[in-house]
Structures are given as structure tokens and as C-alpha cells.
Design a binder for this molecule. Structure first.
Ligand code: GAP
Length: 433
């Protein structure tokens, strides 16, 4: 993990938040490579979940909401973790995380540690809105991105021609006052989620069917992007472990260096959210089925994935130390840089003109980032590109000027082949798709 954190900083994936001021616990900034990787994850997700389906629409709801929405959703009352304080050093921990408690006791090296009684600590982050001091209203930054979808249920039904079963997809930031942020971006206080709320008929058999459907669908997506089968598993939650809104809940877990841990959740939320919003807002959340004439409050099967966690696990899985290099063997659809173009030498105008021409053509036509690099020698450029996972490096050399061919170097095999410039774009597009 330390090596990955160092690579992420060195190569512009992730930096500590507000670093020059000593940081801000539980916040991270994504650098130029990190934003590309994150964008690719989000774009692939949106493409599959929204654009390629007929039963899903998108939304981008406000982060700041009327605070009543958080009372209705149960978060003001029940979005809590059990907090204990070490009476020796006054650091606070989650009492439901035995490994973290054990680690802390060990850090006191034999000094007896006493703990306060566990108290429920609310994770919602408070904010204040309004220009007049004293008249500002207190609100919450959203603790999950879900609420903005449910409060718009009727708007979506009325404005779009959607029919149950249908889903609403959203990507956006969420904020939690985590007691112990840690493990890099695994648990932070500001993070990003990608979620679907899939509305179905209120029926036990339908609920089970769609819950199973979304479990398979989501694990399939991670497998298709290269995470290995033996490092992914489902973890069903017992009733006492479920969030306050969930009738059924399963996590997709990844085998991390610290053991199996949660990557995303699939939740059967029943009619919890819509019923509560109906109750608290006084506005009906009834769906009128145009085919059967039935009127009901739908049930919701949710898929909720942390983007930062997905990104971290993709990086962890891709990280390899080989004899002479560190390489990120990321899936080509995820990589921040799709292709790098090198002129063999930076001080030969003929080479530069030809390489720039090839570079511009690839830059315009390849879907994703294409990078130019003319610093140092070719070997160093390969090593730098390996560390960000660039699958193909194209080198323009003196032979290019004679026969219009270039070399393409493959990240995984490190082998080079010569191909005609004429077919270069199609070749790369084929490899990257
Ligand atoms: N809407 C349901 C929901 O938010 P959750 O299990 O609390 O459910 C869903 O969160 C996902 O969001 C988690 O599986 C994880 O990937 C991500 N997540 C939650 N808390 C996080 C945190 N503090 N830092 C990074 N990611 C987090």
C-alpha cells in the first residue's frame, strides 16, 4: 500500500488534500492521471448503465438539500457509527472495527488502555447556508447521493416516458464525518459514488429477482474490467448489520492486502425512501401503472459503488513490480493515457515534424488521452509510461522517414513491432476497444 501511495503521488494520480497546509484528514486530491482514470471509470459505468439500456435514465441532483429530506430518509436519526474514545490518548475509534481497536491497543506498547462506553456518532457533515449570521440555516452535505433521486421520483415519472421496472442512475460526491478515515482513499470524508435506484413492483418475488439480477450484473462489470474472479466475492449482511433502510443487503468485496473489504453494496430498500418522503413532504409518491391500473409505492433495488474504492482496487490489482520496472497492468479501457508518442530524438527537426503529425492524428481520433513525450532517452520514457499503465508507446525514428513505419511497444510484453503509419490508427483503435 505504501508503494502504491508513493506511486500515486509520484505519477500524478492522487495527492494528499491541502498538503501544503499540513493536510486535512480524510481528503485527497486527484491529479492529472487520477482524473483520467476516474473519468474512464465513470464514463464506462454511464455507458453501460444508462446509454446501453432502455430501462434507465440519469439525474444530477443538488448536493445541498432541504434538511427535512435527511430527516425523512432516517439519516438524522440512524446514520451513525459506534464511537469509543481511548482514555489514554483521547483518540476516537469505531468499536465495530476490532482490527483497528487491536492495532491501537498494540500502539500503546503494554500500557493498559481503557475505553469510554460506545456512543452513536452521526456521520452527516453539517453546513450553514445564508448570508445573514444568526439567520443561516443549518443543512447537511449529502451522506449518500441517493436522496436526490427519490425526491425526484414523481418528476422523473411525469417528465420521462418511463414504466416500472425502471432505474435512475447518478454519479456524484458524498460526505461523511468518518471517525477513522484510512487506507488511502478507501475510507475518506469526501468521496464519490455511482448509484442506481431501480424501481420495481412491490412484490417479494420481484424484489428477489431484481436483487439477484443486480448482484450478477455488477460483479460481471468488475470482472469485465480485469478484476480477477478469485479476488471478488459477495458478502451478505445479516439483519443486524444492515443499514436502517435495507431489507436485504450484499457487498461486493475485494481481497485487499488487509483482507476482504467492501467495494460496493447492493441494497433492497423496499418502499423505505418513497414512503418516508411521502410521509414527511405530504406529497404522494404513488405510481399509477398504465397497464394494470394499479396504484402503488414502488420498491427500490439499489446498487451503490464507491468510485474511489473501485479506482483504488483497480490500481492495487494492476500494480506489479518486475525486475527492471514498476508497471500498472490496468485494463486498456481504464488507462489514463491510451497511447504515448515519442520522437526518437528531441533535437532532430525532421523527426519532430513527422512525429507531431502522427501524434496529432492519434490525438484527434483516439478516444482518450494521447501523450507526447520527448524527454530523456527512450528507455526512461517507457519506464515512466509503464508506471501510469500506458498500453502502447509509438516511436518515430529515422526509419520512419524512409519507409513510413513506426515501432509500437506493448506494455505487457515489452515487445516492439514495426507497422505502417497508414494502418496505425486502426491498429491502435482495435487494441484499445
Ligand atoms: N446509498 C447507499 C450507500 O451509500 P454505503 O454502503 O454506505 O451505501 C456505498 O456506501 C459505497 O460507497 C460503499 O460500498 C463504498 O464503495 C463507498 N463509500 C462509503 N463510504 C465511503 C468512504 N468513507 N470513503 C470512500 N468510499 C466510501
Amino acid at each position: 500500500m505504501e508503494k502504491l501511495v508513493a506511486l500515486c503521488k509520484r505519477r500524478g494520480f492522487i495527492y494528499p488534500g491541502s498538503e501544503i497546509y499540513g493536510g486535512l484528514g480524510g481528503t485527497w486530491d486527484y491529479g492529472p492521471m487520477g482524473v483520467e482514470l476516474k473519468k474512464n471509470i465513470k464514463d464506462l459505468w454511464w455507458r453501460e448503465i444508462v446509454e446501453l439500456r432502455d430501462d434507465m435514465v440519469g439525474i444530477d441532483a443538488a448536493i445541498m438539500m432541504n434538511p427535512k429530506a435527511w430527516e425523512a430518509s432516517g439519516h438524522v436519526e440512524a446514520f451513525t457509527d459506534p464511537l469509543v474514545e481511548c482514555k489514554v490518548c483521547h483518540l476516537r475509534f469505531r468499536s465495530d472495527k476490532p482490527d483497528e481497536i487491536k492495532q491501537h491497543i498494540e500502539s500503546h506498547k503494554g500500557v493498559k488502555v481503557d475505553w469510554t462506553e460506545p456512543q452513536q456518532f452521526n456521520l452527516l457533515v453539517k453546513a450553514y447556508l445564508g448570508v445573514l449570521e444568526g439567520k443561516q440555516s443549518e443543512l447537511y452535505l449529502r451522506g449518500e447521493i441517493t436522496n436526490g433521486v427519490h425526491v425526484n421520483f414523481k418528476n422523473i415519472v411525469n417528465s420521462m416516458r418511463v414504466k416500472i421496472p425502471f432505474g435512475v442512475a447518478q454519479i456524484g460526491k458524498a460526505f461523511r464525518n468518518e471517525i477513522t478515515p484510512g487506507n488511502f482513499v478507501f475510507r475518506s470524508r469526501e468521496f464519490e459514488q455511482m448509484e442506481t435506484q431501480f424501481y420495481i413492483k412491490p412484490d417479494e418475488a420481484e424484489g428477489k429477482k431484481w436483487f439477484e439480477y443486480w448482484k450478477k450484473n455488477r460483479i460481471g462489470w468488475y470482472l469485465s474490467l480485469g478484476l480477477p474472479k478469485d479476488k471478488l466475492r459477495f458478502h451478505d449482511h445479516e439483519p443486524e448489520k444492515r443499514a436502517h433502510y435495507a431489507r436485504m443487503a450484499t457487498d461486493i468485496e475485494y481481497l485487499t492486502p488487509w483482507g476482504w473489504d467492501e467495494m460496493m453494496g447492493i441494497h433492497h430498500r423496499g418502499d423505505w425512501d418513497l414512503s418516508r418522503h411521502q410521509q414527511y413532504s405530504g406529497k404522494p409518491m404513488i405510481y399509477n401503472d398504465p397497464e394494470t391500473g394499479d396504484a402503488f409505492i414502488p420498491w427500490d433495488i439499489e446498487t451503490s459503488a464507491g468510485i474511489d474504492r473501485s479506482l483504488l482496487f483497480f490500481l492495487m490489482d494492476a500494480y506489479r513490480e518486475e525486475e527492471k520496472r514498476i508497471v500498472l497492468k490496468l485494463h486498456p479501457k481504464l488507462v489514463p493515457v491510451k497511447v504515448a508518442v515519442f520522437p526518437l530524438l528531441a533535437n532532430k527537426p525532421d523527426l519532430i515534424i513527422k512525429a507531431k503529425e502522427i501524434y496529432r492524428n492519434l490525438k484527434i481520433n483516439i478516444d482518450g488521452l494521447v501523450q507526447w513525450d520527448d524527454r530523456g532517452n527512450i528507455g526512461k520514457r517507457y519506464l515512466a509510461q509503464d508506471e501510469v499503465g500506458t498500453p502502447y508507446c509509438v516511436t518515430v525514428d529515422f526509419q520512419t522517414l524512409e519507409d513510413d513505419t513506426v515501432t509500437i511497444r506493448d506494455r505487457d510484453t515489452t515487445k516492439q513491432e514495426r507497422i505502417k503509419v497508414l494502418g496505425l490508427l486502426e491498429y491502435l483503435q482495435g487494441k484499445l476497444s
